[in-house]
Design a protein around this ligand. Structure first.
Ligand code: LLP
Length: 432
């Protein structure tokens, strides 16, 4: 049993990923390597997009939250799937544009955008700037005036919803560095000020309540709170904004115990709330946006490593060390995130050991997981870690001067490189 449906075991007893023998992939591209399944990514994109057709009469759009995994090819894929993109830095914006992503379908986030970032966004006429604070609002209005532009903006609002997720990835509550607070009246004051600004066009409001959320209720509550805000703004200024962006955060299956809500169910139930509240408040239903990141790419990724040292400490634990670690996947070190794993060359065998999987960095906390059920490991085995498509490559570091691994895209038994492995020369390129 695997966490993702694209994973199977072939006649050699090897793991396959979208029809590709994982052991052969490891041999061909070297390890560590991130493997991404194109069909699964596209399928996830379509689940969201088709739900807009079913539940909002097509009056909405999915923005891919590219912080989850950003490289040129993913922007090409989501563009082909008819989606927009959420970017949160100059680097993501530059990557999207250099992949030919349509500027008008880009929403630019960030709680502390620099002048350089705002100028770049304005000069490329991107679709919408999601303004986080008053400081940014003033600066943007000034820059837009100087550059002769009138960009569309929306505001990031903290709806005051607690989504019961890990503290570091929870962002909708009042004590968060992101956005404007609703409870204090700050949001309304700033919205009113923005609606009167000459060089800015107030398009809508945005919220994002957290990440890896399994519960539907907080999403429904956030949608309701945001619609009430839209109604209040209409009442107090006569302006009815056109767009409501409900953010991302849909949980995925990392381990067999995880039971995420289907995207379809999320879209359906939230649409029921949206339609009811809109009717009650006498609003036009706004154009709805959502920003899934993890749920698009997370399940599509598998990281392959080669096992090196296996250290059995009698009565304590067995360390299985691999040729990557917190540099390519910092999520255990940061959040104690759990992953399912298997030895790709022994995938047909029983998992009859329980081990700690360690990386190769000079840091005791460099672990990929503890209490991991695994086939008996020995040097040379290929370890597969599943559901690593989101927030792994995008959060990779070069600690200990470790080059960032390559990304290989697989589809129908074929594979192709979409991001090359960093070289030692790449690591020293900027050193003077
Ligand atoms: N929109 C906004 C404004 C966000 O801040 C985020 C995530 C998303 C969309 C996408 O959320 P998703 O659908 O991927 O859950 N590094 C952490 C996750 C941080 C998420 C930050 N914001 C992790 O590895 O779990």
């Amino acid at each position: 049993m695997f966490v993702s449906k694209n994973l199977e075991v072939n006649e050699k007893g090897h793991l396959t990923i979208a029809g590709n023998d994982a052991v052969s992939l490891a041999r061909e591209y070297g390890t560590p390597v991130y493997v991404m399944d194109e069909e699964l990514i596209r399928e996830n994109c379509r689940k969201f997009s088709e739900s807009f057709a079913s539940y909002y009469d097509g009056n909405g759009m999915t923005l891919y939250a590219s912080k989850a995994f950003s490289c040129k090819e993913i922007y090409r894929i989501v563009d082909q799937e008819g989606m927009g993109a959420d970017v949160v830095s100059l680097g993501e914006l530059y990557t999207a544009l250099s992949a030919g992503f349509p500027a008008e379908k880009i929403y630019f986030h960030g709680n502390n955008k620099s002048r350089e970032e705002l100028e770049y966004a304005l000069s490329h006429d991107i679709g919408c700037i999601v303004v986080d604070n008053l400081e940014e609002l003033g600066q943007l209005d000034l820059l837009a005036g100087q550059m002769g532009k009138r960009p569309g903006i929306m505001f990031r609002i903290k709806p005051g919803i607690d989504a019961h997720t890990h503290d570091f990835i929870r962002t909708g509550q009042i004590d968060s560095k992101f956005g404007l607070a609703l409870e204090t009246g700050e949001a309304m004051t700033v919205l009113k000020r923005a609606s009167a600004m000459e060089h800015l066009y107030l398009k809508g409001v945005h919220c994002h309540i957290g990440s890896q959320i399994f519960d539907l209720e907080p999403f429904k509550a956030a949608a309701e709170v945001m619609l009430r805000l839209i109604a209040q703004l209409k009442e107090e200024t006569g302006i009815e904004v056109e767009q409501l962006n409900l953010g991302g955060g849909f949980g995925i299956k990392y381990t067999l115990e995880d039971q995420p809500v289907s995207y379809e169910k999320y879209m359906k139930e939230v649409s029921v709330t949206v339609n009811e509240v809109v009717r009650e408040l006498g609003l036009n239903r706004p154009f709805i946006l959502i920003e899934p990141g993890r749920s698009i790419v997370g399940p599509a990724g598998t990281t392959l490593y080669t096992v090196g040292a296996v250290k059995e400490i009698p009565g304590i634990r067995t360390y299985v060390s691999v040729d990557g670690g917190m540099t390519d996947n910092p999520r255990y070190a940061l959040y104690q995130a759990k992953y399912d794993m298997a030895l790709a060359n022994k995938a047909g065998e029983e998992k009859n050991t329980v081990v700690t999987v360690a990386g190769k960095c000079c840091e005791s906390g460099d672990l990929l997981g503890e209490s991991i059920p695994l086939q008996r490991a020995e040097a040379g085995d290929v370890l597969a870690v599943f559901a690593t498509g989101a927030y792994n490559y995008s959060m990779a570091s070069r600690y200990n001067r470790t080059p960032v691994p390559p990304v290989v895209m697989v589809k129908d038994g074929e594979s192709r490189l979409i991001v090359k492995r960093e070289t030692l020369e790449d690591l020293t390129r900027n050193d003077l």
